[in-house]
Write a protein that binds this ligand. Sequence first.
Ligand code: 13P
Length: 340
Amino acid sequence: MSIENLEQIAQAMVAPGKGIIAVDESASTIKKRIEAVGLENNEENRRAYREMLLTAPGLGEYISGAILFDETIRQKTADGRTMVQAMEQAGIIPGIKVDKGTHPLAGFPGEVVTEGLDGLRERLQEYAKLGAKFAKWRAVIKITDDTPTSAAVEANTHALARYAALCQEAGLVPMVEPEILMDDKENTQDLDTSFAVHKEVLQSLFAQLELNNVELKALILKVSMVIPGKYAPKEDQVDAEDIAEATVNVFQYAVPAAVAGIVFLSGGQEDQQATENLNEINKLGPHPWPISFSYGRALVSAALENWAKDQKGNLASAQKIVVERAKENSQAAKGIWKKG
Ligand code: 13P
């Protein structure tokens, strides 16, 4: 695929009022989520749950794309279509998580590096054949009194850039995700610390992307908001306006205008908080990039809870819930959401 085609896909992913749904929970994460609502974590339940979300009537009006896990891209809907076909019919661009998760970074206790570069070229080629148009890689940065170290920042941003270059070679849009954690009990950062770490990580990331010849116009940045840690002291918590201002400010310092779009992960924010913060960010626009959402939990949690109570009987109501969450975040992506 030509780079111009990749640019068009990247632009479609962040078309006005559209965002991305993340249903790419790894095997261990989906186990936790499914069991937390009282269901058995088996392949059929995981398949049916993700089919419920991806085939929700009207979802494509607000959702441009979905990130799948390896298992899901190989599965079929109950009526025999591949998941990719069902998504395409719904106007949802298929994406795939391609990293192999975080592992301890040798020599740096408590810090992690994302693995998965070995054999990635071949895996990307297979995913492209299966119908994926974009791919995601998540790096995790932890803020404590002593971290992140520059070694952890550099190891992670270097891997992100290597992965992004391989994606563009394989004809996939890279969705490059550095997540600075906000929901870990150890990460009690205040807003200024979150700002400083986001700035360092993003500047390192774009230096690595440049070094590795990655085309920014065919790339989506997926990132956390500049936000105090969930477990930070009460006096360090701030309102949505402050989060919005700090987040936009850090992008101005660290994200080149050529980047096709920026989307957020929800990262453990409450549903309404994730929507309100995105709305405030877009109220500060226009920005050099479309700024939208690529939420997992903040889009799907309420629907999962409802569906788990009665998978057949609640199918329609659970689907309505996810579409409603998508609609609210679509409004926030335009800065026109009103608190209900
Ligand atoms: P959350 O919105 O639940 O943080 O998930 C998004 C995601 O894809 C994290 O990698």
